[in-house]
Write a protein that binds this ligand. Structure first.
Ligand code: SAM
Length: 140
């Protein structure tokens, strides 16, 4: 292959969040265990993505690009930098990280204000990441 562009689930259990236009954030098949969004933990999700990366490494020509769109998350009271975590997981499968572009599209357009719950900071995630990886010649 000359390039692979993927828009995988954004981690686990990514249910509709209430923003009615946010349709591209909530597509996963609740009953289908093959859906990566049904992994039980973020670690399992990253393991599944590494499996995908091994397959991508096999079919992609050397020096060609593997590009993924993925949003960060806020889970169990903590910010999960999923784009960075995913990039690091896939670097272990023979890909070099060339860049992470911030994608601010129509679905993510919200005021850039911090949310607060009592005195707790809650991030208002207004972007997705475009993770740009290049297939190395060899796995190190
Ligand atoms: C963020 S959504 C991308 C939606 C897509 N860009 C679109 O506009 O229709 C993630 C998609 O990955 C699919 N998916 C999850 N696990 C998969 C797997 N193992 N094989 C194929 N597709 C999978 C889900 O069904 C979901 O549609």
């Amino acid at each position: 292959m000359d390039a692979i562009i993927s828009d995988p689930p954004y981690g686990v259990a990514h249910k509709a969040s209430g923003f009615k236009d946010e349709t591209n954030f909530a597509m996963y098949n609740v009953d289908d265990q093959r859906d990566f969004g049904n992994a039980r933990t973020n670690e399992e999700f990253l393991d599944r993505m590494r499996q995908l990366a091994r397959e991508a490494f096999r079919v992609l020509k050397s020096g060609r690009y593997f590009v993924l769109m993925v949003g960060d998350r806020f889970q169990n009271g903590e910010y999960v930098p999923l784009g960075v975590n995913l990039a690091n997981a896939l670097r272990r499968e023979g890909f070099e990280l060339k860049g992470i572009k911030i994608w601010w599209n129509r679905a993510t357009q919200r005021p850039l204000k911090p949310y607060a719950l009592m005195r707790s900071f809650v991030p208002n995630i207004t972007h997705q990441n475009i993770v740009i990886l290049k297939r190395a010649n060899m796995k190190s």
